[in-house]
Every structure is written in C-alpha cells, then in structure tokens.
Design a protein around this ligand. Structure first.
Ligand SMILES: [Zn+2]
Length: 152
C-alpha cells in the first residue's frame, strides 16, 4: 500500500472497519440540510446520553484538535475554538464518529493546519474509523450532491 497524505479524501478502511462504520451510520438517520446540532442530537439519542460541546482555546489543546470524555451520565466533546469553522465541524463529526463506534478515546495525531498533511500510517484503526465517519457525516448532510466515486 502506498502511503497517502491527508488530502481531504476518505481514509482507507479494513473490511472490519467498513462493517463497523456502516453499522454505526445505520443507527442515525442523516439527511441533506441537517445542522451540526441535529447531528449531535441524533448521536445523543443513539448513545442514550446527553452530549455537551465545549470549544476551548486552552493551551493543552494547541497540539491536538479535540477529544471527548465519556462519563456514566453524559459525554463532553472538546474542540479547538481557534480552528476554522469547517475544520471545527470536521473535528466534531470525528468525535461523534468515535461515539457511534463505541470507542472510549480519541488518539488523533496532531494536524498541521499549515500544510494539511498528516501521515495516515500513523493513524490506528479506531482513528481511521472516526475519520471515515466524519467524512461520511459531512457528505450525508451536505445539500450539494457529491460525486459518489469518493465514497464507494
Ligand atoms: Zn479520534
């Protein structure tokens, strides 16, 4: 397999991950035009816990793009308030992807926004699943029809 750079296309998934992400997506019912808040609501219903969002400019998050914490009663998703809006949305959907897959933590490599380059070989399977779901969610709620070849 040739190493690919993070270039805005969905990451390659193993067969097991494809099955897991397809099952996760089937749990929520996304439609074009849905807002990020509605997506959060949909995921919250599936995992049966309220989800709180917390943008932060905390120093601890300078090197990571976000994360989440699961407590017995609720979930908190933290993302960097300094990132461009579209990137914040992507980070949010990435964390929601983890929640839908039942992952317990996010171990995403820090993204260099300047170059947009992340070596995907550094990513583990759960990170690839979450990233794939982030793209899928963005695609499914987009009002624009997309070329399906990117999501085959
Ligand atoms: Zn992650």
């Amino acid at each position: 397999m040739v190493a690919r750079k993070y270039d805005g296309v969905p990451v390659a998934l193993s067969h097991g991950s494809r099955t897991a992400t397809a099952a996760a997506l089937s749990e929520i019912h996304l439609a074009p035009g849905m807002t990020a808040c509605e997506v959060v609501e949909a995921v919250s219903t599936v995992i049966r816990k309220p989800i709180f969002l917390e943008p932060t400019v905390d120093d601890r998050f300078k090197m990571t793009t976000g994360g989440f914490a699961v407590t017995p009663e609720f979930v908190v998703i933290v993302f960097r308030g300094i990132d461009p809006h579209a990137y914040q949305m992507h980070s949010l959907f990435h964390e929601l992807g983890h929640l839908l897959c039942g992952h317990r933590m996010c171990d995403r490599p820090g993204t260099q926004l300047e170059s947009g380059a992340v070596d995907q070989l550094l990513w583990n399977e759960t990170e690839r699943e979450a990233e794939f779901l982030a793209y899928k969610i963005t695609s499914l709620i987009s009002r624009k029809t997309r070329n399906s070849q990117a999501f085959g």
